[in-house]
Design a protein around this ligand. Structure first.
Ligand code: FCB
Length: 446
């Protein structure tokens, strides 16, 4: 069972523990109830784009198995569930509303309500309708306004039945993997496109906030960003490490919290900077109620030629997860305390943290002892960050269950629950049982 000092804020039942997922990664049923194709359906058909050309057609069949999944989330002692809503299920190509899509999320939300689970819904976790990509996707400013229309539909329908609305999941990934390095859908690799997509995504976020406030006045509204704390390889790399941090961490958070892009990065990339219209920055910096922080690892940076050119260094002899990411719990502490020192932060929720390992079912159980250690140590960093004054209110493990891990397909297992894809059987791994034991003990005051 996970263990924290007696006086830890994590031990207070008000601190929210939950698990997270995303629509395309778990739902399957891509051709059901008039769902439109998304950019990920398309990307998965591109040779070489996704491991063994896996796709989300079936995934965890959560579209049909949601009731048993909700039961299991409750059974694990969780307080909350973070899901995402699939835009392609809600809005048709002609802009009309697909009621069957809303009905599906209504069923899921009702099931969660019945179990008294707190609900966090991400409105965009990477599954852009393909019909919008056909018109330029996130390179087209109009997509931000389409997003606002979709948010109007969802939030006027569900209102404050959803406790936390997160506009976007990781715009860094949508923009920089989607349009700058091409590792994710729609697979464009071009600096200028990356920055333009990023700006339009942030605009989409900013346009959504007042709509959410109007339609769900009692809910909390925010955004989920991904962060990899940056470390210099040695004392000569401090300046480039700072630059890399401006480019990756601050490029997305600074406009949201302070209404401007980091100047050094802006000047360095002046030729590929996005078109910014008057008023954009004030839309983007609409006040948010919470910041979702996703963190898995850290990045070590070294100079690569002349400042500010840099490269990531691959350290040897460090612990790594199956996907290759270094296990570095101190990084989460540094990240949280650095952000706290740099910005006036709203309350923070750790919206994703977790690890992929090569899990095996032996005699019906999965002993994922490495993942247990990962959670214990990262949660201890959260505990320490709270002690150092950071206002952290909750933690969501990524992921509730094994699922479609984007370009890695089903090869990477991030779940605390094992999924046997042949039978769709769910088997809680040791790491899940440890959560259960801890959360049940916490409820009864240990
Ligand atoms: C994050 C994504 C999430 C999952 C984890 C491993 O970047 O938000 O969907 O794939 O990584």
């Amino acid at each position: 069972m996970y263990k924290f000092p007696k006086d830890s804020k994590l031990n207070d039942p008000k601190f929210v523990f939950g698990v997270a997922t995303a629509s395309y990664q778990i739902e399957g049923a891509t051709n059901v109830d008039d769902r439109c194709p998304s950019i990920w359906d398309t990307f998965c058909t591109k040779p070489g784009a996704v491991y063994k050309q896996h796709n989300g057609d079936v995934a965890c069949l959560h579209y049909h198995l949601y009731q048993q999944d909700v039961n299991l989330i409750e059974n694990l002692g969780m307080d909350a569930y973070r899901l995402s809503i699939a835009w392609p299920r809600i809005i048709r190509p002609d802009g009309s509303i697909n009621q069957k899509g809303l009905d599906f999320y209504d069923r899921v939300i009702s099931a969660l309500e019945e179990k008294n689970l707190t609900i966090m819904a991400t409105l965009y976790h990477w599954d852009l309708p393909q019909y919008l990509d056909d018109k330029g996707g996130w390179l087209n400013r109009e997509t931000a306004y389409k997003f606002a229309q979709y948010v109007e539909v969802v939030s006027s329908y569900f209102g404050d039945r959803i406790d936390f609305y997160a506009t976007l999941n990781e715009p860094w990934c949508s923009a920089f993997h989607g349009y700058r390095d091409g590792k994710h859908a729609p697979g464009i690799a071009d600096d200028k496109s990356g920055f333009q997509a990023g700006h339009n995504l942030l605009l989409a976020h900013g346009l959504a906030i007042p709509i959410l406030r109007k339609n769900a006045a009692n809910s909390k509204h925010g955004i989920v960003l991904n962060f990899n704390p940056v470390y210099p390889a040695d004392e000569f790399a401090i300046d480039v490490a700072n630059f890399a941090e401006q480019e990756h961490t601050h490029w997305f958070i600074k406009p949201i919290l302070e209404g401007e892009y980091p100047e050094t990065v802006y000047q360095h990339y002046i030729d590929v900077m996005p078109t910014i219209e008057d008023g954009d920055m004030s839309i983007i910096s609409a006040k948010i109620d919470f910041l979702g922080v996703n963190n898995y690892s850290r990045t070590v940076i070294d100079q690569d030629g002349q400042y500010p050119n840099y490269k990531a260094v691959h350290l040897r002899d460090v612990e790594r997860t199956h996907i290759g990411w270094e296990v570095y719990p101190d990084g989460l502490l540094k990240l949280l305390t650095d952000l706290h020192q740099t910005y006036q932060l709203p309350p923070i929720y750790i919206t994703e943290n977790g690890a992929a390992f090569e899990d095996k079912v032996v005699d019906g159980v999965v002993e994922d002892e490495q993942r247990c250690r990962y959670f214990q140590n990262y949660l201890s960093s959260v505990d320490e960050a709270i002690r150092q004054g950071v206002d952290i209110r909750g933690y969501f493990a990524w992921s509730f269950m094994d699922n479609f891990e984007w370009s890695e397909g089903y090869k990477m297992r991030f779940g605390i629950v094992y999924v046997d894809y042949k039978t769709q059987k769910r088997i809680p791994k040791r790491s899940a049982l440890e959560f259960r034991e801890y959360l049940i003990a916490r409820r009864s005051g240990f």
